[in-house]
Write a protein that binds this ligand. Sequence first.
Ligand code: ZN
Length: 438
Amino acid sequence: MNWRAPLLALALIWPATLLPARAGDVATVAAATPAAAAGVPGADSSPAVPAAAVPAAVGPAIATDARLAGDEERTRLVMDLSRPVPFGAFALADPYRVVVDIPDVVFTVPPSAGQQGRGLVSAFRFGLFAPGKARLVIDVTDPVKIDKVFVIDPIDGQPARLVVDLVKTDRVSFMKSVAAPVQRAQAAPVLPAPPVTNNDGRPVIVLDPGHGGIDAGAVNASAGIYEKDVVLSIATLLRKKLDATGRYRVVMTRDGDTFVPLGDRVKVARDQQARLFISLHADSLAARSGQVRGATVYTLSDRASDAEAQRLADAENRADMIAGLDLSDEPTDVAGILLDLAQRETKNFSALFARTLVGKIDDVARMHKSPLKSAGFKVLKAPDVPSVLFELGYLSSEKDVELMTSDAWKEKVTDAMVTAINAYFASQGGSSAPVAMP
Ligand SMILES: [Zn+2]
């Protein structure tokens, strides 16, 4: 690791009066600066910081590096910043995580920086959690106490630093700190979707680029390619083409690099009374699986069609956990509940669109050897909106990566998707809608 010894020494001698209150037995560490209380990113004018050390005096701070130090008893995470930022921190259980919330920060650190753990930290990630809100999620190997979180002003040419000190503790102590009445993770607000004004008769299609912000999705580290970017690029192009037909009203669950919880994606589809929901993803397999290639279309089922589909659904369903949401508040899984009539209808329409999509994509791009599968994807669970999850290919395949990032492939595939969508709606006689839920 590229941890620098002088840095730790500097932090240790930092005057205690300038540190925020110690966490004590409570897992939340209050933010320390006036800007934190106001919650206004960019409004932090309190620290007297030499101008030369502050490239972005106004607007988001810039994070330039992140690294770990320490061992299995005490581990420190340091993030370099262009200027001090306010922060809040708390712990989450099952799996054990520590979450540090900071205001809008631009990360120039590659998302892969946190993939290698050290000491008590198995991995960490960072990114936008909601518009104007960034987050650092630290996966820990054992129950930990958030010993200290503090920010060091820039000094002597060194950047400002956010420092998180974790020490090993036992599960009972950890669970007490988690259960304390502290500020808990809030789900990111649903995108300000336009109010339902679907009175022009055009069917609404919701495009759902997977992941985003702090959740990068699958990663091809050697190529520096992230699933969240690949799928946003395809969704944006597809929206443009669908808009150009004039036949549909298209809504996206995200149109930038921000995180959207799985449940909120489903909610957008339901609130918009969508007639079709298409979630876009790209898969990845472990090393030495580079020869597995091609696109796959998934529909919802309470039983996975095969072990591979189950693995993928498990991976995709982890998005909320990855972003540091508290899953204990989630309603119990609906899998296994008998489908009512409307859901069966929805299921049939989903299957019809999935088959249509596979047929059209097969004409222009390589499909997986068994391209139609099903599993319990949370994002497909709107009971009244036909929904599919389209895995464009494998980020673990160099060939697929080359294709998925090429303009020619994107054009071909989005053209085929428009053709499939047109065929699907034509087969329904234009305006006949699936059974609406009461
Ligand atoms: Zn995905």
